[in-house]
Design a protein around this ligand. Structure first.
Ligand code: HEC
Ligand code: HEC
Ligand code: HEC
Ligand code: HEC
Ligand code: HEC
Length: 402
């Protein structure tokens, strides 16, 4: 690019920031190494306690908007009953291996087995690991940091420094001054899908039938969205909002799909097209989507029915195996046909039901029949009931035949 005189002027004005910029546009290469330390040599402005505090309630005092969105996200609830209820019987090292994605900071890990044991009753007492109204004096704001799950500091703090995207409307990167916590380090990596990869993409070596169990970033790379530069953040953090909505949110799922119901020669058909989902629908092996059709007679009685599954199903039989993969890939359309209708049929009804935690429900049920006891049993029962509450009907339309 040819430099113009005004560009040189801008370079002189912001030169100080740009010195850091050249080397610090990229996040440090060990940013997602495990465990991630927030603390050695923490930097605060004038050593303020508030700025030394890594709890989300502390960040909320100055970043309320992000906190208010994050507190309802799955990230805020990643240190869950379903996770922790599985730990009894595991060593604390194995528990920590799960925290790699659910609560990965060095400050969040278990130091010993006692630490892990104690967490069971704490979690039963405090299903939510933080104070919703960001009251720093509440008991919840004193819980061990792991209870806050994928908390603010997991994505934003390393070695006592804050990292974030460039300021809105600015291209400045590197170490920037700011009115609190000794400023922050701005990196464009925050605006890239790769930022999500350490937890949302397994390595290829874990593949089952050629595809890792979590393959979201790879699926995205194959899609038109990657070619158009539409990152995970564009859909899951629009306008930088921290709600991270996904398959548990009916409006989010509707926003990604198009439905078309029409008559065909011997019946009715529903076409579902993935129009705005940057990976497979659904991406993981854990949800299940059921498409159902029912043919009704004049009295509204069901006289014929059909069912299809949209799922990637895996099972364990001397090693993991893929049973079926019927997910919708980005831009893919699929037609579900209710054909060969009986003469008395006067209407066809189509439903789409989503079971976001189908796989985990099976895990919880088998743990419970396996004779789980005490706190672990209570946690898994809670996880199962929460999972049941998450089921919803995505679509319901009736097609009347003339
Ligand atoms: C005392 C108030 C205060 C507290 C507490 C605080 N921050 Fe900040 N934060 C600020 C200010 C002021 C800025 C600078 C904004 C600017 O200059 O654009 C900032 C900037 C940031 C940025 C960069 C924003 C961007 O545009 O990229 C991030 C990320 C951030 N803070 C995260 C955190 C996290 C995480 C915590 C809690 C662990 C926290 N902050 C606690 C006041 C605070
Ligand atoms: C590579 C990152 C990663 C690791 C490691 C990981 N998880 Fe998860 N986990 C996820 C993601 C992402 C989800 C949400 C998507 C899904 O349901 O698959 C999730 C969801 C869950 C859920 C359902 C939601 C909830 O919190 O109730 C449970 C239970 C769970 N994981 C347990 C575990 C256990 C137990 C381990 C260790 C054996 C573990 N996870 C290790 C990334 C991870
Ligand atoms: C899973 C990772 C993740 C978590 C958890 C997270 N953030 Fe962020 N945050 C991001 C990303 C990514 C961006 C930039 C998004 C973009 O540019 O589209 C961002 C942007 C920001 C910004 C700049 C916002 C703006 O409008 O310019 C602030 C401030 C911030 N985060 C604070 C927080 C606070 C406070 C929390 C906890 C309540 C938090 N973040 C939790 C990933 C995260
Ligand atoms: C074009 C918009 C779009 C892009 C880009 C996108 N997503 Fe999604 N994502 C969605 C929609 C809509 C849903 C809800 C439907 C579904 O579950 O597939 C979703 C669901 C999810 C889920 C829920 C779990 C599941 O099984 O579906 C996760 C996790 C997720 N996205 C992570 C990511 C990550 C990580 C990236 C970047 C690699 C990304 N998404 C890119 C739109 C998008
Ligand atoms: C430190 C690990 C980590 C990072 C980094 C991370 N996530 Fe997550 N994410 C998780 C875990 C764990 C869950 C599941 C929480 C649960 O339900 O227990 C999750 C859940 C989600 C969901 C909710 C899916 C649903 O089931 O509805 C979305 C959407 C999502 N993440 C998007 C993102 C995006 C976008 C990024 C990058 C900006 C990102 N995540 C970065 C660990 C992470």
């Amino acid at each position: 690019m040819k430099k113009t005189w005004w560009m040189s002027a801008v370079f002189i004005l912001i030169g100080a920031s740009l010195v850091g910029a050249a080397t610090q546009n990229k996040l440090p290469s060990n940013y997602w190494d495990f465990p991630q330390a927030t603390k050695d040599g923490i930097r605060s402005h004038e050593g303020l306690d508030l700025e030394n505090n890594m709890r989300p309630e502390a960040c909320a005092q100055c970043h309320q908007e992000q906190f208010n969105a994050w507190r309802d996200s799955r990230h805020a609830h990643a240190y869950s009953a379903g996770l922790v209820g599985q730990f009894p019987g595991m060593g604390h090292g194995e528990g920590n291996a799960c925290l790699v994605c659910h609560a990965p900071l060095a400050e969040q890990l278990y130091r010993d087995a006692g630490d892990m044991q104690a967490t069971l009753s704490t979690l039963l007492q405090h299903p939510e690991g933080f104070s919703r109204n960001a009251d720093l004096d509440s008991t919840k704001a004193q819980l061990p940091l792991r209870h806050a799950g994928v908390t603010c500091a997991v994505c934003h703090v390393r070695q006592g420094r804050r990292f974030g995207p460039p300021r809105r409307g600015s291209a400045l990167v590197g170490a920037l001054n700011g009115a609190a916590h000794d400023g922050f380090i701005a990196s464009k990596d925050f605006e890239q899908s790769q930022l999500c990869a350490s937890c949302h993409q397994f390595p290829q070596s874990y593949a089952i039938n050629g595809k890792p169990l979590e393959n979201t970033v790879f699926e995205w790379k194959q899609s038109r969205f990657a070619r158009q530069g539409i990152q995970c953040q564009n859909c899951h953090m629009p306008d930088r909002k921290h709600a991270f909505k996904g398959i548990h949110d009916v409006d989010m799922v509707r926003s990604g799909l198009q439905f078309e119901l029409k008559k065909i020669s011997t019946g009715a058909a529903l076409t579902i097209t993935s129009v705005h989902i940057g990976h497979a629908f659904p991406s993981y092996v854990t949800p299940k989507v059921l498409v159902k059709a029912e043919a009704l007679d004049g009295q509204g009685e069901i006289i014929q029915h059909w069912q299809w599954l949209i799922v990637r199903e895996v099972g364990y039989d001397e090693g993991w195996k893929e049973i079926q993969d019927t997910r919708l890939m980005p831009s893919e359309s699929r037609v579900f046909e209710a054909r060969g209708l009986h003469e008395e049929v006067s209407a066809v009804r189509f439903y789409v039901d989503v079971i976001p935690d189908a796989f985990y429900k099976g895990v919880y049920q088998s743990l419970l029949t396996g004779g789980l006891k005490g706190n672990a049993k209570a946690l898994i029962q809670r996880a199962l009931s929460d999972a049941n509450d998450n089921d919803y009907r995505l679509y319901n339309e009736t097609f009347t035949l003339e």
